[in-house]
Design a protein around this ligand. Structure first.
Ligand code: ACO
Length: 157
């Protein structure tokens, strides 16, 4: 995709690139949890020249399903289509890997992401009640709402 006449590329994070923790922490405030799923995830980035502006982590949940563990865009680059671009490419990768579905979990309070995922066809398929209360030491608030439940959204491929 292009942004202000600059190409934004989608690619695996190279070994020479640093892990973009500042972005991953936007999607999940727990560094311990990130460090638990990161080694088993494929890391892809959206980059403008050498600058990482977005990240998406793809985790093999089982033989049939890839879970998007994290998606985040640098604040100055949000609202310009990069989140949708990351999602579109993740769906393409899961399809090429002959997966049956791709899923993502997000909080009841994450209104923006809930919209973003439903647009390309993800559908709410499960609810993990009180996930954010049970698994995070501090209460999380977004958009004036407490993050309590995790909603699982799935797209059949
Ligand atoms: N509120 C309302 N609408 C939103 C929001 C929001 N916060 N974020 C995106 N949208 C809408 C856009 O208006 C756009 O709508 P349109 O296609 O009708 O024009 C659509 O969603 C796509 O927007 P993009 O510009 O592609 O999204 P963006 O590049 O801003 O990335 C993201 C979205 C990744 C959620 C970004 O805002 C972000 O990094 N947020 C912080 C991290 C985060 O919350 N990540 C998700 C946590 S859950 C998880 O990672 C598994």
């Amino acid at each position: 995709m292009n942004l202000n006449n600059q190409p934004i590329t989608f690619r695996p994070l190279g070994t020479q690139n640093q892990i973009p923790y500042e972005l991953l922490l936007l999607a999940d405030p727990s560094k311990d949890r990130i460090d638990a799923y990161l080694p088993k995830s494929d890391i892809y980035i959206a980059a403008e020249k050498e600058q990482t502006v977005g990240v998406i982590l793809l985790f093999p949940l089982n033989n049939e399903t890839i879970e998007i563990k994290s998606i985040a865009v640098k604040p100055a680059f949000q609202g310009k289509g990069i989140g949708s671009y990351l999602l579109k490419n993740a769906i393409k990768i899961a399809t090429l890997k002959k997966q049956k579905s791709i899923c993502i979990g997000t909080a009841n309070s994450s209104t923006g992401p809930l919209y973003l995922y439903q647009k390309p066809g993800f559908k709410i398929t499960a609810i993990k009640s009180y996930f954010f209360i049970k698994n995070y030491p501090e209460p999380i608030y977004e958009n004036g709402l407490q993050a309590k439940d995790m909603l699982i959204l799935t797209k059949a491929l």
